[in-house]
Design a protein around this ligand. Structure first.
Ligand SMILES: [Zn+2]
Ligand SMILES: [Zn+2]
Length: 396
């Protein structure tokens, strides 16, 4: 976590022209990270509501609660029992009812869902919030955004507080189910197209760009790509590299107050896939859909750079290629991480064509999709991508 610690809890001037500030006080996944003293330092007292779900009961919930109580904490614990917790009106209401006057803050133990819940409620109460991460499944830990379903519709609240501290026990994180690890891997693979999309937007729309954040994301993502075999064998160093990369991603988004360093066309595809799955009563994880979206975006970039190669992009072609991986390599990474096993239903040419068209809509963030659409080559790009995907999937 060395590099990430240089970026948090203090202001600094950056070459991008901005002053960056990430208001997270501590991040620690090392020895003794879950010590009661550290918790008290962050919350400023010993009265807290702890949120968790039963999946992590024996791995961390019981041990942490007992340890805090032995150190004099007045701790109320809400352990959710549902197989797949969903943050909705009722769940948020339950947590609000669990709070008591005089509580010093909230401790949320879990993955994306439980920690979003803690972030949301702590923000509305104006209390400090400690996030205890239990799996390397996504990059939103170090963020101020929470997803909550209101009246049945998923709503993104962008005005929450950052966690005051992020703590984690690597033994717990490394023992997470492989589905969660591969989801985190897919999310990090996504930076291979998020970064070119950001550079493309800077060139075409003059969008703000921070070289430092981009370089950190580039490095973090490659650390995961190069460590996939270690993730599969649950090598401790590989799991630590993925965990660091996911936390670093949140910090980079916080640096620029925007999801741009982490999210481009592959995330637009992901949101489309996640929502379509929800509408049809099925499920696809964020990271798995980002991984698949990365393959589609990479193929569209190959079409752009090898077939179209427009003169106006000559000045940034080397930069785009620095970030992009060959589509064949992306396919192999998806297969080896067992992401392709979850996306078989999405491989039909017509479904992909429709997804690309919908994701190129003018109300979406500027990415390669808007570029191709604006210059009238979207349909050619779709045909190229469908053909190329069929060949890659067939050959391998
Ligand atoms: Zn993501
Ligand atoms: Zn900067």
């Amino acid at each position: 976590m060395g590099k990430v610690l240089e970026l948090i809890n203090h202001e600094f001037d950056c070459e991008c022209g901005r002053t960056h500030y990430v208001p997270i006080r501590e991040i620690n996944t090392g020895e003794g990270a879950l010590s009661p003293t550290g918790f008290e330092r962050i919350l400023g007292g010993k009265r807290a509501l702890m949120l968790c779900d039963y999946h992590t009961k024996s791995a961390v919930n019981d041990r942490l609660a007992e340890d805090l109580r032995e150190h004099g904490w007045k701790l109320k614990v809400r352990e959710f029992q549902s197989e797949r917790l969903k943050n909705d009106d009722a769940v948020v209401g339950t947590v609000v009812l669990d709070t008591e006057p005089g509580m010093d803050g909230i401790v949320a133990v879990g993955g994306g869902t439980v920690t979003d819940l803690g972030r949301f409620v702590a923000s509305r109460l104006g209390k400090p919030f400690i996030l205890v991460m239990t799996c390397p499944s996504m990059d939103g830990y170090a963020s101020n955004v929470a997803a909550v379903a209101v009246d049945g519709r998923r709503k993104i609240f962008k005005d929450c507080r950052y966690p005051d501290a992020i703590f984690g026990d690597m033994a717990v994180i490394g023992g997470a189910p492989f589905d969660l690890i591969k989801s985190g891997f897919g999310d990090m693979l996504g930076k291979r197209t998020a970064l070119p999309d950001w550079a493309l937007s800077r060139r075409m729309t003059g969008e703000y760009f921070c070289e430092r954040a981009a370089a950190l994301m580039d490095e973090s993502s490659m650390n995961c790509v190069l460590n996939l075999n270690g993730l599969i064998s649950r090598d401790a160093r590989a799991i630590a590299a993925l965990t660091d990369a996911l936390v670093m991603t949140g910090v980079c988004m916080a640096l620029v107050s925007d999801t741009r360093p982490a999210s481009g066309s592959e995330h637009i595809f992901s949101h489309f896939m996640v929502e379509s799955a929800l509408d049809s009563g099925s499920f696809i994880s964020h990271g798995v859909s980002v991984g698949f979206g990365t393959l589609i975006s990479t193929l569209l970039y190959r079409y752009l750079l090898e077939e179209l190669h427009p003169a106006e992009l000559e000045s940034i072609t080397d930069e785009l290629l620095k970030y992009l991986l060959p589509p064949e390599q992306v396919w192999d990474l998806l297969t080896n991480s067992r992401i392709t096993a979850d996306i078989e239903g999405y491989l039909s040419g017509e479904a992909i064509a429709e997804m690309i068209r919908r994701c190129a809509a003018p109300d979406k963030r500027y990415t390669i999709l808007r570029y191709l659409s604006d210059c009238g080559h979207l349909e050619n790009g779709i045909r190229y991508t469908s053909d190329a995907l069929g060949k890659i999937a067939g050959q391998r």
